[in-house]
Ligand binder design. Structure first.
Ligand code: UD1
Ligand code: MG
Length: 463
């Protein structure tokens, strides 16, 4: 592959301010590890690009979330600074690269369009470097852009090394750079660590390039959220709140009605069809898709599932399941992984389903456990039906064929098969197969003892 752009993503730092035992760049924002936002954005929008992730501290965490992704890794044994980290990645940068983008793994929301603007401007102006800057009302913590009266960037001063006057500057370095490859290689070796932290700062490249008479240009960010860095739990909270609102507003503009955008949590990779209405307290997570004209919530939790059109789901939990059109679920139902509900199925109060398939128009309206079952169409599961799927050692499957009717409070002890159209009398414990069209009664016959109550009463009263 003829690689034009290489992205070096720095992710070796300790992330001290996060106070976590895990790497900062794998902390989740709306359910998705920070670093994956950048990787996905690059993958979707740049062809012929290579990605090198610099790891060091807690590197196993980073390997794990990037497993199977098309990235290379560079190892920085000691965290000697951002310039040193980039140097560790250089031998993985393909020769054909023209643009080397350097990004930090703790700034997840950058958009490809902004990165493309950096490259376009760098090439148009024949510059060694195009960097992104941003204007922050509160610039605390960020490197400040020192520019001349014409706006030319002269150098970047880190917060710790800034003078009182420099600290007042509101134009900051959010940490997104597009270097011409050879210029980057040349400058890196000349950066020293004479600063308050004794670190090799990548930001010192700017002053050195200037001294050499090289051209540096900048692009100013239009949206400060895009360039936000996340260093602490509080910043993670702020980022998550803002992202949540942005995701919800996108759904509104695509025709989804969200009743309360502040109290609805929809992960970034979720898809929802138009005219679906979402009530508050609802979480739609992971890789979920929901069709059109559904009513979801209030208080519903759906993760990694596929829901068809015109479904109603309220006060329920749904995990890794598939639901076809016109299905009604809840209140208070729980679909555990691998539950498949065909069209028109109804699941009501306090019903739990696991690893089972329910055919078209099958109903289970109350107080039922369905585990490891293959259930046909138009089956009625009476209140309190239990699929007894576990014998203490192994799980077994139950088959219920089309149009069967399971009376209330029945136990179906697996493995067992209920034939087509069969009836199970209420209160039965079924341990043997029931043929099609049969009625199975598996309980004690009723006996009435006439006058028993009166006799007993007399017995006690005569004592
Ligand atoms: C850095 C910039 C600062 C900028 C800010 C934006 C430098 C010297 N400073 O400061 O100008 O305003 O980002 O958020 O570049 N890392 C390594 N190896 C190291 C050191 C850091 O891989 O030896 C990684 C970290 O994991 C992190 C990124 O580089 O993902 C930035 O490091 P961090 O310590 O967060 O730098 P800031 O102090 O935020
Ligand atoms: Mg940082």
């Amino acid at each position: 592959m003829n690689v034009r752009s290489t992205f070096i993503i720095l992710a070796a730092g300790e992330g001290k301010r996060m106070k976590s035992k895990y790497s900062k760049v794998v902390q989740k924002v709306m359910g998705k590890p920070m670093i994956l936002y950048i990787i996905d954005e690059i993958e979707k929008n740049f062809e012929n690009a290579a990605v090198v992730v610099v790891v060091g501290n807690k590197k196993e965490d980073v390997y794990k979330v990037l497993e199977g992704r098309n990235v290379k890794f560079a190892y920085q044994e000691k965290q000697l600074g951002t310039a040193h980290a980039v140097m560790c990645a250089l031998d993985q940068v393909p020769d054909s690269t023209e643009d080397v983008f350097v990004l930090y793994g703790d700034a997840p929301f950058i958009k490809a369009d902004t990165l493309k603007r950096l490259s376009q401007k760098r090439i148009k102006e024949n510059a060694a470097l195009c960097l992104l800057t941003a204007i922050f009302d509160n610039p605390y913590g960020y490197g400040r852009i020192i520019a001349d009266e014409n706006g030319n960037v002269l150098k970047i001063v880190e917060e710790r090394d800034a003078t009182y006057q420099e600290k007042k500057i509101k134009e900051i370095n959010p940490g997104f750079y597009c270097f011409e490859k050879q210029e980057l290689v040349n400058v890196l070796g000349r950066i020293n660590n004479n600063n308050s932290q004794n670190e090799y700062y990548l930001t010192d490249a700017i002053e050195i390039l200037n001294r050499d008479g090289k051209k540096i240009v900048k692009v100013t960010a239009e949206d400060n959220f895009e360039v936000m860095g996340i260093n602490s739990r509080y910043e993670l909270f702020v980022a998550e709140q803002e992202l949540k609102l942005r995701i919800n507003k996108d759904h509104l503009s695509n025709g989804v009605q969200i009743i309360d955008i502040y109290n609805t949590y929809i992960h970034p990779d979720v898809q929802i069809g138009r005219d679906t209405v979402i009530y508050p307290g609802t979480f739609i997570l992971g890789k979920t898709s929901i069709g059109e004209d559904c009513v979801i919530g209030p208080q519903t939790y759906i993760v990694d599932s596929k829901v068809g059109n015109s479904c109603h789901i309220q006060f329920s939990v749904i995990e890794s399941s598939k639901i076809k059109d016109n299905v009604k679920i809840g209140p208070y139902a729980h679909l555990r992984p691998n539950s498949h509900l065909e069209e028109g199925v109804k699941i009501g109060n306090f019903v739990e389903i696991k690893n089972s398939k329910l055919g078209k128009n099958t109903k289970s309206a109350h107080l039922t456990y369905i585990g490891d079952a293959d259930i046909g169409e138009n089956v009625n599961l009476g209140c309190g039906t239990i699929f007894v799927n576990y014998d203490g050692y192994k799980k077994h499957r139950t088959v219920v064929e089309n149009n069967a009717f399971i009376g209330c409070n029945s136990n179906l002890v697996a493995p067992v098969k209920i034939g087509e159209n069969a009836y199970i009398a209420a209160g039965s414990t079924i341990t043997e197969d029931v043929p099609a069209n049969a009625l199975a009664i598996a309980r004690q016959r009723q006996t009435n003892k006439e006058g028993w109550v009166l006799k007993r009463k007399q017995m006690y009263e005569n004592r």
